[in-house]
Design a protein around this ligand. Structure first.
Ligand code: TPP
Length: 578
């Protein structure tokens, strides 16, 4: 039977067929649907974890007990999980352990476009890279087999196009459980003290040599003979573009991109003056192939930026330059906070007080865009609290008092807690605002430990954020309704000069969780309005300029949150009809 599946759904299907006993992960585009789909399959056990590092650790515990385990994340999540990953390469697994990482060339929804293949080389782990959904399913099954054969975690690398495109997939039945998981004591394999780790390192190098030999005969590293003289080494979605653009070329289509099948690659290149290597992002395969002394047609630098597509591949093969496609060909539709979003209410106050806001990643990062322009930093999940601490430590007192950190509830649990602990431990002051909309909104409303819901909206134990903060030693913790703008403002004015840390939990559910609730829409009373346009500065989609110069509120969009009435200096915005 064939089903139309996205790459992400196909990975879930492959993991289920492989008999995976536990799936773990942390949401992040373009990977989130893998675990969400897997969790819906019969008998599948899966959970969101607090972050990617924990997800990998939980999955490795399952694998060490002999079960098959799947862990999913986006590319930057692998940075978070890198610590256990590198040493799990030494320890190996027992049951198969597959780490699915989805890269985002072109930054559709990420803070960078890093190429996760480097992790395979750095940690010494095999990487499989499918080109479509069928391969996503097949490679997942193969990854589990290889993981057990070589006693290593296997990285399955996806990119956005493969994750989100659909094609028919032949799917089969779930593998019956072979043996019952059990506790196995084996300190030399599982306790990485230097004496044991030294030996495991030697073993790991042997495994990599064995894998390089296995790569020569793996069916997923295949040569496709063409009619013309053009020879292309490629993998992933780039393979699809090449086939479309150069159907008569000869291909070395790599399904395992690390370690490279060296002899196969040399044989493929034999007799050719130059071979092309077509890959997205970094010249990863190109570097490996050049190190074999093979003549590679240079990949121009700008091909390392953004996604490829058939036009760009055509240009590459013709030796022309090509820039990543400009999204400006379409009318600009910058992302913005929803009308009535509780984050906007808080940003309205931060903007009014002219504060410097160290930020983080989530819907609230959109607070940086003009005209709101109320968020000043964003690096990686959890960074904002530490950055605010560092700034306050070196700035003159007057400027230090202007620094405030904001962080989402999911992000706080993911990696904000340690920043807060550091603030307390080092006796530093500072205000942290947890923008608690009770969901992981940006990636699709997933639950997290602070919400009381788990994967698939199942009820879960709720971890109370205020108790975490108090437990960390913060004496000033306050929960506030973010729509109480006066209250938020008063709290900030009082807390910013203090030498001790304060946490303000601005709690109101994301509007997408309570779409049915709607307060009366606001209106601009044009007889009072002085056309100062201050209300337009809060970037609410419901507020629009009118030709007469006085803004209007689109009643159908207005949720009645009142943020605009808070900034209006003339009291011209309210719910009464004028
Ligand atoms: C290490 C890492 N993992 C995952 C992501 C994807 N991601 C972006 S923001 C975010 C969390 C957003 O939730 P929250 O902090 O609650 O803010 P909200 O979007 O709800 O405002 C996630 C998981 C990421 N950017 N980095």
């Amino acid at each position: 039977m064939k089903e139309l599946l996205s790459g992400n759904e196909a990975v879930a299907r492959g993991a289920w067929e492989a008999g995976v006993a536990l799936g773990t992960g942390y949401p992040g585009t373009p990977s989130s649907e893998i675990l969400e789909t897997f969790a819906l399959l019969p008998e599948a056990k899966a959970q969101w974890c607090a972050n990617e590092k924990v997800a990998l650790e939980v999955a490795s515990g399952a694998a060490w007990s002999g079960a098959r385990a799947l862990v999913t994340m986006k590319h930057v999540g692998l940075n978070v999980a890198a610590d256990p990953l590198f040493t799990l390469a030494y320890t190996g697994v027992r049951g198969g352990l597959v780490v699915v990482v989805a890269d985002d060339p072109g930054l559709q929804s990420s803070q960078n476009e890093q190429d996760s293949r480097h992790y395979g080389r750095a940690a010494k782990l095999p990487i499989l890279e499918p080109s479509d959904s069928q391969e996503a399913r097949d490679f997942t099954l193969l990854a589990f087999r290889l993981s057990e054969e070589f006693d290593l975690p296997v990285i399955l690398r996806l990119t956005t196009r493969v994750s989100h495109s659909r094609c028919p997939v032949k799917a089969l039945r779930r593998r019956a459980e072979t043996k019952l998981p059990a506790l196995i004591k084996d300190a030399p394999k599982q306790v990485m003290i230097p004496a044991y780790a030294r030996r495991r390192h030697v073993l790991l190098e042997e495994k990599m040599r064995a894998l390089a030999l296995r790569a020569e005969t793996l069916g997923i590293n295949r040569v496709e003979k063409g009619r013309g003289g053009l020879r292309i080494v490629t993998s992933g979605v780039a393979y699809q573009y090449c086939r479309e653009v150069a159907p008569s070329a000869s291909f070395l289509k790599l399904g395992m991109v690390y370690p490279l099948p060296r002899n196969k690659t040399k044989n493929f290149a034999r007799g050719s003056r130059k071979i092309f290597v077509v890959e997205e992002l970094d010249p990863f395969l190109e570097t490996e192939i050049r190190s074999l002394g093979l003549p590679v047609r240079g990949k121009r630098e700008e091909y390392g930026l953004g996604e490829l597509n058939p036009e760009r591949v055509r240009a590459l093969l013709a030796g022309r330059t090509s820039r990543p496609p400009e999204s400006a060909q379409l009318p600009a539709r910058p992302p913005m906070l929803c009308p009535g979003c509780p984050h906007r209410a808080v940003f309205t106050v931060l903007k009014k007080l002219k504060l410097f806001v160290t930020g983080d990643i989530g819907c609230y990062t959109l607070g940086t865009l003009p005209p709101l322009s109320a968020l000043d930093t964003c690096v990686c999940m959890g960074a904002g609290i530490g950055q605010s601490e560092g700034m306050r430590l070196v700035l003159p007192p007057e400027a230090a008092r202007k620094v405030v950190a904001v962080i989402g509830d999911s992000t706080f649990v993911h990696s904000g807690i340690t920043g807060l602990v550091d603030l307390v431990y080092n006796g530093n002051g500072g205000v942290v605002i947890i923008l608690d909309n009770q969901t992981t909104a940006m990636t699709g409303l997933q639950g997290h430990p602070g919400t009381g819901t788990g994967l698939g909206s199942k009820a879960a134990r709720q971890v109370r954020l205020c108790e975490i903060c108090r437990g960390a030693g913060v004496n000033r913790v306050k929960i506030i309704d973010p729509y109480d703008l006066k209250g938020v403002e008063a709290y900030l004015r009082e807390s910013l000069p203090l030498p001790e840390p304060s946490v303000l939990i601005a709690r109101a559910p994301c509007l997408l969780l309570r779409r049915h609730e709607k307060k009366p829409a606001h209106r601009v009373k044009h007889d009072i309005c002085r056309a100062c346009s201050l209300c337009l500065q809060i970037a609410c989609p419901a507020l629009v300029p009118s030709p007469e110069g006085k803004p209007k509120i689109t009643a159908a969009l207005c949720t009645g949150c009142g943020a605009c009435s808070h900034v209006c200096p003339s009291g011209a915005i309210g719910t009464e009809v004028t």
